[in-house]
Design a protein around this ligand. Structure first.
Ligand SMILES: [Zn+2]
Length: 256
């Protein structure tokens, strides 16, 4: 299976090392990791991890909650995205869950990421929370059939998933799907078409049941896989294969 979204440069490993964490994940069946950038100041951290490990790819972007009052510099994004281990832009998107972040900057930066994605022919990793209509409106306006991406750590209702799927996008399910109160998300996970589904840990956050309360690591991806497979009535191995080939299709530059 492939962890389509993790923050390997931010794992909380205590005494352990990243090498150990990756070793344990591989032993649990994870064969590739997409390490996600969250801002430009630290953009080299995921890239450095990817440089050190052949089975790690990286992305470049600014998370909606990491903006300053300045728009990110598109030339800096272009420059970083030219690195051979960078396979996607993001995470970008909109997060209105907390009110103290300026939506004007979030929207302008999201639009910029989608424009750059088109220009550079890279897929986009989108974080969306509490901003369904604005996220879809910008995707409609800025993305196109040959510049799609994934709504990562999806937690919204089916109608949003359906709208994104209609535009050719992918949906990625995190460990939230295992949470007791997440029945609506389990229903979404059961309905996403087989060829548009991805799985992720979003580690170090959102450890799945039965690891809740611990810091998350990619080695817990099987808990996500098993839960989604159960919802869909397929064997975990089958789902691992399906989601891995979806990953390969969406991120063709990843060296799998
Ligand atoms: Zn993330």
């Amino acid at each position: 299976m492939i962890d389509s979204h993790c923050h390997l440069d931010r794992l909380e490993l205590g005494e352990g090392s990243l090498d150990d964490s990756l070793y344990q994940a591989r032993a649990a069946g994870v064969r590739h990791f997409l390490c996600i950038g969250v801002n430009l100041d630290t953009a080299m951290d995921p890239i450095a991890v990817a440089e050190q490990h052949p089975d790690v790819s990286a992305s470049v972007g600014v998370h909606p909650l990491y903006h300053t009052d300045q728009l990110p510099d598109p030339n800096k994004i272009r420059e970083l995205a030219a690195h051979p281990k960078v396979v996607a832009l993001g995470e970008t998107g909109l997060d209105y869950f907390k009110q103290d972040n300026d939506p004007t900057i979030q929207k302008a930066a999201f639009e910029m990421h989608l424009d750059l994605a088109k220009e550079l022919s890279l897929p986009t990793i989108v974080h969306t929370r509490g901003a369904v209509e604005d996220t879809l409106a910008i995707m409609r306006e800025r993305a196109c059939a040959d510049a799609v991406g994934v709504l990562h750590c999806f937690t919204e209702a089916w109608h949003m998933a359906e709208a994104a799927l209609d535009m050719g996008w992918y949906i990625s399910i995190s460990g939230i799907v295992t949470f007791r109160n997440a029945q609506a998300l389990r229903d979404v996970a059961a309905r996403v078409p087989t060829d548009r589904l991805l799985i992720e840990t979003d580690s170090p956050w959102l450890a799945p049941v039965p690891h809740r309360g611990q810091s998350n690591e990619p080695k817990y991806l099987p808990a996500v896989l098993d839960c989604v497979a159960q919802q869909r009535g397929v064997l975990p191995g089958e789902l691992a294969q399906q989601t891995s080939s979806n990953f390969a299709r969406l991120f063709p530059q990843a060296q799998l």
